[in-house]
Design a protein around this ligand. Structure first.
Ligand code: PGA
Length: 244
């Protein structure tokens, strides 16, 4: 159960969030809980979750270890801050910051090289869905952004299916629509990495996940977890998603 805070919260607000969230979900044992705050809050978040089962992730990661890359943050820096995960290829990165499947693959490889678990996002835009291209778009994102990993690397990633039309819009994919997309992605995984890898990989659903729709989404065997934006900003609401 992953929370993506996007560009919200200061370090003080991060500490305040965890004061409330820790007693509600800090020891949740039925799942992994990962919260991805802005880079500037990683240290405060890591400190705030000490002694709990909550893990902290970044929202992006540079493909290089270090160098002249103004504005980027590298894997070793994220690791040194105490984080364990990194979101890669979120649709907002693709849409506003020219992220491509090629850079998604490079960033994913960097995360793995530096010991971070990548949460790799894929998903179709509204016009692609309406044109009946959902499966083709997912296949293309998989082929160019994920299939280049080695089987050993692939075994360490988490995939997040986030239909762009459902993000921040209040329009959740129905559990059936989400499950169909997950099945399509898992099908590609099976072709490329084999049946065991397809069974083992965790595929999260993201896009307007709220406390009141988590249970029906999670009831789909295809949906292994959720990646939550807006509803992860409030400790009570994210705790009720975690404890669905
Ligand atoms: P949302 O965002 O839950 O606010 O729709 C999901 C995401 O972008 O990860």
């Amino acid at each position: 159960m992953a929370g993506n805070w996007k560009m919200y919260k200061t370090p003080a607000e991060t500490i305040a969030f965890f004061e409330k969230f820790r007693p509600l979900a800090g020891q949740a044992a039925h799942c992994e809980v990962v919260i991805c705050p802005p880079f500037t809050n990683l240290a405060a978040a890591v400190e705030a979750v000490k002694g709990t089962r909550i893990q902290i992730g970044a929202q992006n990661i540079a493909w290089a270890k270090e160098g002249a890359f103004t504005g980027e943050i590298s894997g070793p820096m994220i690791r040194a801050a105490g984080a364990t995960h990194a979101i890669v290829g979120h649709s907002e990165r693709r849409q506003y910051f020219s992220e491509t499947d090629e850079t998604v693959l490079k960033r994913t490889q960097a995360a793995l090289e530096f010991g971070l678990a990548p949460i790799v996002c894929v998903g179709e835009r509204l016009e692609e869905r309406e044109a009946g291209k959902t499966e083709a778009v997912l296949a293309g994102q998989f082929e160019k952004g994920i299939a280049g990993l080695t089987p050993q690397q692939f075994a360490k990633i988490v995939i997040a299916y986030e239909p762009v039309w459902a993000i921040g819009t209040g329009k959740t994919a129905t559990p059936e629509i989400a499950a169909d997309a997950h099945r399509a992605i898992r099908g590609r995984v099976r072709e490329k990495f084999g049946a065991a890898a397809a069974d083992a990989v965790r595929i999260l659903y993201g896009g307007s996940v709220k406390p009141d729709n988590t249970r029906t989404l999670m009831a789909q065997p295809e949906i292994d977890g959720v990646l939550v934006g807006g509803a992860s900003l409030d400790p009570v609401s994210f705790a009720s998603i975690v404890n669905f």
